[in-house]
Design a protein around this ligand. Structure first.
Ligand SMILES: O=c1ccn([C@@H]2O[C@H](COP(=O)(O)OP(=O)(O)O[C@H]3O[C@H](CO)[C@@H](O)[C@H](O)[C@H]3O)[C@@H](O)[C@H]2O)c(=O)[nH]1
Length: 487
């Protein structure tokens, strides 16, 4: 008898930094061929996903209705990329209203399958409430985060305990976690620095973080050997299985991007010597301030290095508006870079994985989002960190202090950043300095470590994925035995 394909239902939060790793994981699970994979999201995001999944892929896309009215959001908001950062807390709160529709969607799926529940629901870190729904219908529930163990562990502790509110000092430690060393107040995201416990952000997170413990385990886009200390601490705090299944990466060209941009970057990179180009990007939803942009541009020009820079409107402007080089960059900068073929400014969105995999790339100046880090290290590219928000400060801390593949150049959205300091760090990493050579060597070692983790059968990430799927299957068998017993 042909065994039915078990269904895995995936539900990311409505932000590109979350949807991208979920899609990458969905594609990975689909490759196993034993499972039907369904991604649930709001209509606009499903539409976007439809254009980014490969044509012959069998992933199902299911729409869930979403009404953001009543949460002080612009009408029709369905993704964090269309709103300024200060409204993200509103979108988080609004996302809780998806609960009844998601419950109905799962109930309908179960009915369609004659009472057979999905094997597993894999949902976002912000959707901890899905455990209740999964368990009501007898499904296994895992939370998936695109973050690493170290970063998520610090983030978890800080948001639950708000230690900076209790101390007069600018520095504090994370109890039982000496590797996180001292956290300075400048390493707190702006929204965390100003919380008072009753603001929208902390109210949301203090509700949602404890819900993780109701899940059956947590999947992280990280590699055990790379992230051991953070994972150890996180497992201790959560008391649930934490499976390191990374790197979960979108393969080349499966991202939603204009082929022309990809071609432009590749053609441009092909003309550059090996290890000669700096790639600069601040992730899917961050931008730097206009004065910071000016300092960075001056430093880039002074460095004489080749670069690709993903430019967006600076903080304070609509991130989706047209980029005004004449206003935000030094006079004539764009033309000079174009004429000398030294710098390529890509507006809004670049084919990042393709760029990072090109042999001309030497280093990545990044905000330290974990997807970017994993993508960079998977290609042996060292980083220059400029953390902006969330757990990015601790990601950069891990890479710099524990692994040695990164130097921090600046911290936060409003810190003082001087062109001389940026220039110094660019030269340190890209030139043949002792530090630069050491960082490149380590980045290549980490790349090999990551490749080992995904080797068939014996890689740690392959084993972790098997353990997770086996735990879900075991739960299903137990549930079926119970039904037979009750009958
Ligand atoms: O021009 C661009 C910009 C981004 N990306 C892709 O977008 C993703 C960006 O992810 P990430 O680097 O993690 O940054 P964020 O979008 O800022 O990610 C959010 O989610 C991450 C994973 O949970 C967290 O580590 C971050 O703090 C959080 O801001 C990556 O896959 C990039 O390849 C592109 O392809 N082109």
């Amino acid at each position: 008898m042909l065994r039915r394909k078990e269904n895995i239902v995936m539900f990311p939060f409505m932000a590109q930094g979350h949807i991208i790793p979920f899609l990458a994981l969905a594609l990975q699970l689909e490759q196993i061929k034993k499972y039907t994979v369904t991604i649930v999201n709001t209509p606009l995001n499903i539409n976007k996903l439809r254009s980014s999944i490969p044509i012959n892929c069998s992933i199902h896309l299911l729409e869930i209705p979403f009404d953001c009215s009543g949460y002080d959001l612009p009408p029709g908001t369905e993704n964090s990329d269309s709103i300024p950062n200060h409204l993200i807390a509103n979108l988080l709160h609004a996302s809780v209203s998806l609960k009844p529709s998601f419950r109905k969607l799962i109930s309908d799926l179960v009915k369609e399958q004659n009472g057979h529940p999905p094997l597993c629901l894999i949902t976002d870190i912000f959707f901890g409430w899905c455990s209740e729904i999964a368990h009501e219908f007898g499904a296994f529930h895992a939370i998936f985060s695109g973050s690493g163990g170290f970063g998520i562990a610090c983030h978890y502790y800080l948001w639950l305990n708000l230690p900076h509110q209790m101390k007069n000092s600018d520095e504090f430690t994370v109890p039982d976690f000496p590797e996180a060393s001292k956290i300075h107040v400048t390493q707190l995201a702006e929204n965390l620095r100003v919380v008072n416990g009753s603001d929208l952000y902390s109210v949301f997170l203090q509700n949602v973080l404890p819900e993780w413990m109701n899940s059956d385990g947590i999947l992280l886009n990280t590699v055990e050997e790379l992230d051991k200390v953070g994972l150890e601490y996180f497992r201790l705090k959560i008391g649930k299985p934490v499976w390191s299944i990374g790197p979960v990466l979108l393969s080349k060209r499966s991202q939603d991007q204009a082929a022309t941009t990809a071609e432009l970057c590749e053609n441009w990179l092909d003309t550059k010597p090996v290890n000669s180009v700096l790639y600069i990007s601040f992730g899917s939803q961050n931008a730097i301030s206009a004065p910071h942009m000016m300092e960075l541009a001056v430093a880039l020009e002074a460095s004489g290095k080749n670069f690709i820079w993903v430019v967006r409107a600076p903080i304070g402007f609509d991130i989706n508006m047209e980029f005004k080089a004449t206003e935000w960059l030094p006079e004539g900068f764009e033309e000079r870079m174009k004429d000398s073929k030294r710098g390529l400014l890509v507006h809004k969105w670049a084919p990042q994985v393709e760029i990072l995999s090109h042999k001309s790339i030497s280093a990545f100046l990044s905000h330290g989002g974990w997807n970017s880090i994993i993508e960079s290290l998977s290609h042996g590219v060292p980083l220059i960190g400029w953390p902006m928000a969330g757990e990015q400060f601790y990601n950069v801390m891990l890479l710099e202090e524990q692994i040695g593949v990164c130097v921090e150049v600046a911290r936060g959205k409003s810190c003082e950043v001087r062109r001389e300091d940026i220039l110094k760090k660019i030269m340190l990493v890209m030139d043949e300095t002792e530090k630069g050579k050491e960082m490149r060597k380590k980045a290549l070692e980490v790349r090999d470590m990551i490749m080992d983790a995904v080797k068939d059968f014996k890689g740690s990430s392959v084993k972790a994925m098997d353990e997770f799927l086996n735990a879900a299957l075991l739960r299903q068998e137990e549930a079926m035995r119970q039904v037979i017993h009750e009958e």
